[in-house]
Design a protein around this ligand. Structure first.
Ligand code: HEM
Ligand SMILES: [Ca+2]
Length: 394
């Protein structure tokens, strides 16, 4: 079992001035397990500097002491039989927190007068909702009406990061759930896979993330899958040119073409057949692509046999979480256009290089940025509510 604090801690500076200095102390050393009390001290110190507002360390210690353990065990258990669940949970927390903060707004079903975020275009391929429901019902049995769906989301995603080989990061709790979904915002403000580097940076800057943080967050793309439709235009018809994206390495192009036919949604035709790749920006091209594509049951635990998907690591042996993603970018082998664009920005390129060559630096930065993501605009009492069922307002 991965222990809290097992991420390379051997010394701790007692009067740190900046989070970064704490983390470099903590994470650039060889792994040494801390005793439980030491862990507690370190976690509290890191949380104090992480700026999570009125959230609290171990918020449920009295009201539902087993909450965090129930979530951790459930995620581990579920991921054993569903290896694709973990990455889906990490993506889910990003799509929640990016839209009006970590308030579980993404989980709400649409009702009369309110469209759901789930049904917005960028969220169409989100999965893992059923897993959150399973975890929530376990918690409701134990302590009804106590643990928020928003806390479940961030804690479940943290566990999934660890299962993917990523770092542990401490999280405060006490988030509350929204009473509304922000469908339009989800449609227009989630970043596009077709965005260039300045669009991506602007999008993350609007949520308070700088270049370095944006590059480190994208390291999440070293786990999970992507559907071919999100990068197919790069293989066959980039920018309407009828040609592939010229920045794609040619061996890599052939590999991707062998996995992703140039037809939608059939798998059977030859890769070089017609040139139907999408060429327009996110809101238009994906609307049509998504409309043609077979719908995927987001609750289903079965493999995605209905539509072509590509492993984020395209089947290469699972290397270290994070590092492999940045090394691929250095080789021109980013899967999404937005991924590869990190090499087109002067400052983003510097961080890609840094993370490709220094796994400890990446783990440190990734832990910090996931803490920041998990604390975006949280709702705390008396605002918000605790839902009983994560897909419905209480
Ligand atoms: C420019 C920003 C980003 C864009 C354009 C983007 C886009 C995408 C796309 C198109 C997919 C494929 C989804 C599918 O085919 O089902 C994906 C997958 C994924 N994304 Fe992102 N993403 C971005 C940032 C992030 C961030 C910040 C995180 C987490 C902190 C994240 C985590 C993931 C994960 C874990 C997957 C794999 C999901 C799975 O296997 O089910 N992404 N992303
Ligand atoms: Ca939200």
């Amino acid at each position: 079992e991965t222990k809290k604090g097992s991420f390379g801690i051997s010394s701790f500076s007692s009067s740190p001035t900046k989070p970064a200095s704490i983390f470099s102390d903590l994470l650039s050393k060889q792994a040494v397990l801390l005793s439980t009390e030491d862990e507690e001290v370190v976690n509290r110190k890191m949380l104090t500097v992480s700026g999570s507002g009125s959230l609290e360390y171990d918020f449920y210690r009295k009201s539902c002491p087993a909450a965090e353990k129930i979530i951790r065990d459930a995620v581990r258990e579920l991921c054993k039989s569903r290896p694709r669940l973990g990455p889906a949970l990490v993506r889910l927390v990003f799509h929640d927190c990016f839209i009006e903060g970590c308030d579980a707004s993404v989980l709400l079903d649409g009702v009369e007068g309110m469209r759901s975020e789930k049904d917005s275009l960028p969220n169409e391929s989100l999965k893992g909702f059923d897993a959150i429901d399973i975890i929530k019902s376990k918690l409701e049995e134990m302590c009804p009406g106590v643990v928020s769906c928003a806390d479940i989301l961030v804690l479940a995603a943290r566990e999934a990061v660890i299962l993917a080989g990523g770092p542990f990061y401490p999280l405060n709790t006490g988030r509350r759930d929204s009473t509304v979904a922000y469908s339009d915002m989800a449609t227009y403000e989630l970043p596009s896979p077709h965005a260039d580097v300045s669009e991506t940076l602007a999008s993350f800057a609007s949520r308070g993330f700088d270049e370095r943080e944006t590059v480190s967050l994208l390291g999440s793309h070293s786990t999970g899958i992507t559907h071919c439709r999100f990068f197919k235009n790069r293989l066959y018809n980039f920018d309407g040119s009828g040609q592939p994206d010229p920045t794609l390495d040619s061996g890599f192009l052939n590999l991707l073409r062998s996995k992703c036919d140039n037809t939608l949604p059939s798998r059977s035709s030859a890769p070089s057949a017609s040139l139907t790749g999408s060429t327009l920006p996110f809101n238009t091209s994906l609307l049509s692509a998504a409309a043609e594509a077979p719908s995927i049951d987001r609750l289903s635990s079965s493999p995605e046999d209905e539509e072509e998907v590509m492993d984020m690591n395209y089947g290469e042996p699972a290397a270290e979480f994070g590092t492999v993603y940045y090394r691929h970018l250095l080789q021109g082998k980013g899967l999404l256009f937005a991924d590869q664009q990190l090499m087109a920005g002067e400052e983003t390129r510097i961080w890609v290089r840094a993370y490709a060559s220094d796994p400890f630096l990446f783990r440190r930065d990734f832990a910090l940025v996931m803490m920041r993501l998990s604390n975006l605009r949280v709702l705390t009492a008396p605002r918000g509510q605790i839902r009983h069922n994560c897909s419905k307002v209480a």
